[in-house]
Each structure stands twice: as structure tokens, then as C-alpha cells.
Write a protein that binds this ligand. Structure first.
Ligand code: C2E
Ligand code: MG
Ligand code: MG
Ligand code: MG
Length: 276
């Protein structure tokens, strides 16, 4: 893996090739509402199974793709694949929840991104309200008129917007006022040591309260334990995502998951299935 990481040229060339092969996949990680216990979303996460180097994580490959135009082609592949999976689940008679797609800041600033995104969705008859766009705080570094326009166009087009990895980068409260985010996702680094780390507990409570006062909902990432889940539920966090409820699932497993409709029993804090 080390040699692969160092040799970004190789990753770039191989990734370029992999886009046209079946080496790339999307996994889907469900998000659950803490009020109702129901699955309300799922995040698409890129997976690359390299024939020699094995699984290459997105944290390695996305930055390489971002150094070139490859992120634009890769990003379009991801959007199309999400639309295909949504169509497939619809055809199977299932109702997929809103699917979150991670959008790289470089991709977002690429030529005509909004029109190409809505063009792909239209051609695959997926409506924008079925898709949430996750954008990390990195985007705030590039603040410009074209980004402001992209955000206001997203809203006009009806996309749901989430600020990802909140608290790790350039977070300034004014950004939450400036951009029309529907959700903030509290980064897993603040969640990991809940509830015993008092600093993280205070930060989490403050983020939830501030977001709510601005009319923004909060999703906590990387929730692994019942104690974390209970803390977040007690403190009015809206949704959780993490191994406690479900790991990222292949599209086939996501389909089974949608069929079984598991939910979070918030009183007992365990997974359950509806009576029907
Ligand atoms: P992210 O968008 O914040 O995604 C959440 C990450 O947390 C995912 O890592 C997920 O597998 C991991 N995770 C989920 N639940 C748990 C948990 O309970 N415990 C722990 N320790 N981790 C958990 P992953 O899939 O490795 O992705 C890492 C990052 O790479 C993502 O962070 C996102 O920024 C980026 N990424 C992934 N897929 C894509 C993609 O399709 N496009 C773009 N542009 N970026 C992507
Ligand atoms: Mg994300
Ligand atoms: Mg995140
Ligand atoms: Mg992250």
C-alpha cells in the first residue's frame, strides 16, 4: 500500500482504467432518524478493489483523483452509478431513502457542474429531492462567486445539501448562515469518545443547539456504541450513521436491507424489525 500511496501517477493511471471496469463499486451506509428509529437516508461510499494491491480506500484515491481532472470523470461515474442503483431498487418495488453523494470541492468547481449533475439525474429519471449532496468544509476555503452561485442553483434545483465532517476544517459559524445547508454532519472524531470526553460532549451539544437554532438538522457520523447513540438521542441529535446501526453495505445487501426494513428501537436501543 505504501508504494501505491507514494506513486500517485500509477494510482491515477490505474484508476482511470478502473472506471471502465468492474473494479469500482459503491457501498451504501444507512442513516437512521433518532426520533422515529427509521432509515431515512444512505450515503454512497466509493470502493476500489485493486487486482494486486487489494482494497484502496477513498482517503487514498480521492486526493489523487483531485490532483487531475480524473475527479470529474470519477465523480460522474459515481453519480450515474447511484442513479442506476436507485432505479434498480425502484424496479424491485422498494422505496430507497434519500441517497447522499460526496462531492469533491474540485468536482463542484468544474465546468458546468450543476447542469451536468441535473442532466444525469434527468436522463435517469431520478428527482433531485432523492439525492443529498455532501460537501466538506474544504469548499469554504475556495469561497467565490461561482461557488455561491452553485449553492443557490442546487437549492433552486431542489437538492438537499449537507456540510460533511463538520468541525474538522475551516468551520466558521458565518458559513452556516451564508450557505443554504439542510444538514451538518458532526465529524466522527468528536463522536468517538462520547459520552465520557467532556470537551467532545460540550462541542457536540453546542453544534446541535446552534444548527437547530439556524433550522439545520444534525447527523452524527461514526456512531459505534449504544452509549454514543444514547448521548446523541438525549441531546436531540436528529440522525446517526455508523457501525452501531449498520456498516456500509454492497448494493445487493442494501437491497436486502430495504426489503427487511430494520429500524432502531430507541427505547431499547437495539435493532428491530417491524411486526408486519
Ligand atoms: P465521509 O464522507 O465522512 O464518510 C464517512 C466515513 O466514515 C466512511 O469512510 C465510512 O466508511 C466511515 N464510517 C462509517 N461508520 C463508521 C463507524 O462507525 N466507525 C468508523 N470508524 N468509521 C465509520 P470511507 O468509506 O473510508 O470514506 C472516507 C472518506 O472518503 C469519506 O468521508 C469521503 O470524504 C471520501 N469519499 C468516500 N466515497 C467518496 C465518493 O464517492 N466521492 C468523494 N468525492 N469522496 C468520497
Ligand atoms: Mg460523506
Ligand atoms: Mg464525514
Ligand atoms: Mg470523513
Amino acid at each position: 500500500m505504501n508504494t501505491v500511496e507514494q506513486d500517485s501517477i500509477d494510482i491515477e493511471a490505474e484508476l482511470n482504467f478502473a472506471i471502465d471496469t468492474s473494479a469500482l463499486h459503491l457501498h451504501y451506509q444507512p442513516t437512521v432518524d433518532l426520533q422515529t428509529g427509521l432509515v431515512v437516508g444512505a450515503e454512497a461510499l466509493l470502493r476500489w478493489q485493486h487486482p494486486i494491491h487489494g482494497r484502496i480506500p477513498p482517503a487514498v484515491l480521492i486526493p489523487v483523483a483531485e490532483k487531475s481532472d480524473l475527479i470529474v470523470r470519477l465523480g460522474e461515474w459515481i453519480i450515474k452509478q447511484v442513479c442506476k442503483d436507485i432505479a434498480h431498487w425502484n424496479m424491485a418495488g422498494l422505496t430507497p431513502p434519500c441517497i447522499a453523494i460526496n462531492i469533491s470541492p474540485i468536482q463542484l468547481q468544474s465546468n458546468d457542474f450543476n447542469n451536468r449533475l441535473s442532466g444525469i439525474l434527468e436522463s435517469m429519471t431520478v428527482t433531485p429531492d432523492k439525492v443529498s449532496l455532501e460537501i466538506t468544509e474544504q469548499i469554504l476555503m475556495y469561497r467565490s462567486d461561482s461557488i455561491d452561485k452553485a449553492f443557490s442553483d442546487f437549492k433552486k434545483q431542489g437538492f438537499i445539501l449537507a456540510l460533511d465532517d463538520f468541525g474538522t476544517g475551516y468551520s466558521a459559524l458565518s458559513y452556516l448562515k451564508h450557505y443554504p445547508f439542510d444538514y451538518v454532519k458532526i465529524d466522527q472524531s468528536f463522536v468517538q469518545e462520547l459520552p465520557h470526553n467532556l470537551d467532545d460532549a460540550s462541542i457536540t451539544r453546542a453544534v446541535i443547539s446552534m444548527a437547530h437554532s439556524l433550522g439545520i438538522k444534525v447527523i452524527a457520523e461514526g456512531v459505534e456504541t449504544e452509549a454514543q447513540c444514547k448521548f446523541l438521542s438525549d441531546n436531540m441529535c436528529d440522525q446517526i450513521q455508523g457501525h452501531f446501526f449498520a456498516k456500509p453495505l454492497s448494493s445487493e445487501h442494501m437491497q436486502l436491507f430495504l426489503q427487511e426494513k430494520p429500524f432502531l428501537d430507541k427505547h431499547l436501543l437495539r435493532l428491530g424489525k417491524p411486526d408486519r
